[in-house]
Design a protein around this ligand. Structure first.
Ligand code: GLU
Length: 370
């Protein structure tokens, strides 16, 4: 069964083609997500519609030109949007948590890790994160700009198995189905190449994204190991049907191209330059090398060299100086110096805060074949 699913809902689905949030449609989506939640799936919802909800609240017919007024609408509409989602999920006794992100949260490694920790905690406590771009304060330079790409970045961040983008079309067609009656739905796209990209027409009416941004998003997510599905949000029971593997469910599927751990490890080996070194005692090294899935704990560390930040790549070496691997540090070098040799229970007491029990998580580590 697919376990962790990001569902992205565009403005056109939220409004059901009207100018305001269409609550019966939202209720339908919540019902399906609640069902999956009850079956044990972990769900992240990426919801657009803030600016549209703000516009509707003030009775404005068109989007304002000024950035300040758009931001104002986003602030007004975002709380409206969350209020509506919250009340609908409450029917099923499901808690939701709002996460507002911008591009800079993905680019700086320490912010990426912070955001990832937030998602992990929410998911662990069975709270559904509801994500949108932080439109009320985000300037052009640091915006993702559309929720298709945002949802893909969230899928990478949350290590999702599947990203479902619900929109006003059933998927990717051989031509624009709105103007061409012969257009046929493509059921599966194994590789997103230039030819596929040419099929993506222009933008839809209300949201920011069109098929082009959906394909960009599908490219990002599939490369990181997440399967992607584009489907119509107005198809009855679409989410449940996709997950149940029902034959009559209509959608386009983009299978993941590789597995995320392998990608990440390749990045660790090839892409990143270590900025420091952690020396680990013999027992610690033995555990890392011989026991699968082991993380590096502060208790096994005897020396920290160099100055590095949380999220930077460091070498892991034995006492004799032999490098055994690389990994991404969860704590700064200064923090690690203070907690080296200590039991993880003491981290919070020593530092006054904790980012978890491990210095390097096994998912963020690659051991070299010596
Ligand atoms: N973040 C925008 C909003 O909530 C939507 C962006 C999009 O639709 O792609 O209004």
């Amino acid at each position: 069964m697919t376990n962790r699913i990001v569902v992205k809902i565009g403005t056109s689905v939220l409004t059901g083609g009207h100018s305001r949030l269409y609550k019966p449609g939202m209720a339908e989506i919540v019902r399906q997500l609640a069902e999956l939640h009850a079956q044990g799936s972990e769900i992240v919802l990426c919801s657009s519609g803030a600016i549209q909800a703000g516009k509707d609240r003030l009775g404005w017919k068109t989007k304002p030109r000024s950035v300040a007024e758009k931001q104002m609408l986003a602030a007004l509409g975002q709380s409206r949007l969350m209020f509506t989602w919250e009340r609908l999920f409450e029917i099923y006794d499901i808690h939701v948590g709002q996460v507002l992100l911008t591009r800079s949260d993905f680019e700086a490694r320490n912010r990426f890790l912070n955001a990832r920790d937030t998602f992990r905690s929410l998911i662990k406590h069975r709270i559904i994160p509801i994500v949108n771009e932080n439109d009320a304060v985000t300037t052009e330079e640091i915006r993702v700009g559309d929720n298709d790409n945002l949802s893909a970045m969230v899928a990478v961040l949350a290590d999702a198995d599947l990203l479902i983008m619900l929109t006003d079309q059933s998927g990717l067609y051989t031509a624009d189905p709105r103007s061409n009656p012969d257009a046929e739905l493509i059921k599966e796209v194994p590789i997103i190449n230039e030819k596929v990209k040419e099929l993506a027409g222009g933008k839809g009416d209300m949201g920011t994204g069109g098929m082009a941004t959906k394909l960009q998003a599908a490219e990002t997510a599939t490369r990181a190991g997440t399967d992607v599905i584009i489907a119509s949000g107005s198809d009855k029971n679409i989410i449940s049907n996709i997950l149940a593997g029902n034959d009559d469910a209509v959608f386009t599927r983009f299978p993941a191209v590789s597995n995320p751990v392998r990608n990440r490890k390749r990045w660790l080996l090839a892409g990143s330059t270590p900025t420091g070194t952690i020396t680990v005692n013999e027992k610690g090294c033995e555990k890392l090398v011989n026991e699968q899935g082991r993380s590096l704990l502060p208790a096994g560390m005897i020396k920290i060299s160099g100055n590095f930040n949380r999220g930077e790549t460091v070498r892991i070496q034995q006492e004799n100086g032999q490098v055994i691997g690389r990994g991404i540090a969860r704590y700064t070098s200064d923090d690690l110096r203070q907690i080296a040799g200590k039991h993880s229970d003491q981290i919070e007491k020593i530092l006054g805060y904790a980012y978890g029990n491990v210095a390097i998580h096994h998912n963020d580590m690659v051991l070299l074949d010596n």
